[in-house]
Design a protein around this ligand. Structure first.
Ligand code: SAM
Length: 290
């Protein structure tokens, strides 16, 4: 396992996200959502930040992609009034913690360092526990040749996202309302995806158990994390071994505006996942691997 960027991520000055180091800190929890009402925006325009994209990713969105990202922002802000999808409603915070954060993890594919999918086949991407559509919708915008599945167990969010992707004319996106534990045992999802993404859904080995059964042999999963500890690294190494995979890289970096700590864990599927995984609904959380 290789680590790069931050030589000592555990010593980062960033505060721990809610619930320990399980999730990126900016995502609204159910309790936060019920307390907070969505702030009204003074100006609904996202910053372009082309230089920041270029400096931090070596990539920047095209005009078409920028227009789609802007439309996504507008749609989420409107949906937020009823659904409390995010507390990050200011343009700069939304840009950094939803858009940039979603796409930073995809840098190896944006830059062509890793192949997305098999030759001559539309790459299949799944975002597990997509919530308000992150990171799956930004991924669908920048990889229009891919087929993106947004999976979440909360029906009202998925009804909203289905409407939103249709307004954004993202014909490469479908939504599935289901628990990851159920999807991972179904023929139409099991071993079918080239790339699985998961951000802010739970403890790291739970995320691995949700993702890896749905990844094909040779495919990858990316776990989006805030802080990262030695204990998590050790548990994940054991868990992914049980699931037929190996951690190939842990990438540490800071967000470009507020210097928040992030880690992306890249995992490759190198064998079949035993039939018993994912375990029945609720079990991965109640008895996390290994
Ligand atoms: N990924 C989004 C983000 O980073 O902004 C949303 C994160 S939100 C905190 C967690 C989401 O995961 C919720 O929408 C929840 O419904 C979903 N979720 C949690 N456990 C799940 C499971 N077992 N199967 C499917 N969705 C799940």
């Amino acid at each position: 396992m290789e680590s790069s960027g931050n030589p000592n991520p555990i010593a980062s000055p960033d505060p721990q996200p809610t619930g320990g180091n399980a999730v990126a800190p900016e995502v609204t929890t159910a309790s936060e959502a019920s307390e907070a009402s969505a702030p009204v925006l003074s100006d609904g325009t996202l910053p372009a930040n082309q230089e920041l994209w270029q400096q931090s990713l070596g990539w920047q969105p095209s005009e078409t992609e920028q227009a789609k990202l802007q439309a996504l922002y507008k749609g989420i802000i409107e949906g937020n009034i009823k659904l409390n999808l995010t507390r990050l409603t200011e343009p700069a915070a939304f840009w950094e913690k939803h858009l940039w954060d979603s796409l930073r993890a995809l840098r190896p594919w944006l830059l062509g360092e890793l192949a997305l999918g098999k030759p001559d086949q539309a790459p299949k991407i799944i975002d597990i526990g997509t919530g308000g559509g992150f990171p799956g919708i930004p991924a669908a915008i920048v990889f229009p040749q891919s087929q993106v599945t947004l999976l979440d167990s909360t029906r009202k969010k998925m009804v909203f996202l289905q409407q939103l992707v249709s307004e954004l004319k993202l014909s490469n996106v479908r939504t599935v309302t289901e628990r990851a534990e159920a999807s991972g045992q179904q023929e139409q999802h099991r071993g079918k995806y080239d790339l699985a993404l998961i951000r802010a859904v739970g403890p790291v080995t739970v995320c691995a158990e949700y993702c890896l059964p749905m990844v094909r042999y040779g495919g990858m999963a990316v776990l989006y994390r805030g802080q990262w500890s030695v204990e998590e690294a050790e548990a994940l190494t054991e868990a992914v071994h049980l699931l037929g995979a190996e951690v190939t890289e842990v990438k540490a970096f800071e967000t470009p505006l507020s210097q928040g700590t992030r880690h992306c864990i890249y995992i490759k599927k190198i064998a079949g996942t035993p039939d018993m995984f994912p375990r029945p609904v609720g079990v991965p959380v109640q008895s996390p691997l290994p």
